[in-house]
Design a protein around this ligand. Structure first.
Ligand SMILES: [Zn+2]
Length: 187
């Protein structure tokens, strides 16, 4: 699978993670295995600050790919997000054979160096704590859940995650991950 056109064909000209088609590029999982990913996925994988967990809810489909390289990359992303219940339950279902697991473990992306002293802050720099209420400061498309959370939506009783950039809260009855920077604390 070293020939780019083969990869495009295998992937059906779509991102193998999210099915997007914007600026597709090859991501090398190891010397001989590649995954076709879109610009959005590329940016999120390479810059943890840009990572939006909701974007990767699509992994619930793509992790069933028959291609080990795709499985390995899905595993790595889910493992990074495993503090979120949905990701943890997906990773429990994702069985990798030994070779694929090695491939996943050796991936050089999304290796979290947890900096636990970084506080979770809203868009104004106010500290967010467990149980706080926040409002959304912009419309937010919740991928995978199939709705848009409107600007101004009140989210009560938020939960902090291990990632200081993200909180969890209930919107439209769904527990979703929210980027702290898109929130305003209600005091
Ligand atoms: Zn993508």
């Amino acid at each position: 699978m070293n020939n780019p056109s083969n990869l495009l064909k295998r992937a059906n000209n779509q991102c193998e993670l999210c099915s997007g088609s914007d600026s597709l590029s090859e991501f090398s999982v190891d010397d001989s295995s590649k995954v076709l990913i879109c610009l959005e996925c590329h940016q999120q994988i390479h810059d943890q600050e840009k990572l939006d967990p909701n974007h990767f809810r699509s992994l619930s489909n793509s992790m069933w790919s028959e291609f080990p390289a795709v499985q390995a990359l899905c595993w790595k992303i889910l493992n990074f997000l495993k503090d979120h219940n949905w990701a943890a339950s997906l990773i429990e279902q994702l069985y990798l054979d030994e070779q694929t697991q090695v491939m996943a473990d050796q991936l050089k992306v999304l290796n979290s160096e947890q900096s636990s002293d970084i506080k979770t802050k809203d868009s104004n720099g106010a500290s967010l704590n467990e149980g706080d209420s926040v409002t959304l400061i912009k419309d937010l498309v919740v991928k995978g859940a199939g709705f848009t959370a409107k600007r101004g939506t009140l989210v009560k009783n938020i939960r902090l995650t291990d990632n200081p950039l993200h909180i969890e809260g209930k919107v439209n009855g769904s527990q979703i991950v929210l980027v702290a920077n898109f929130l305003k604390k209600v005091t």
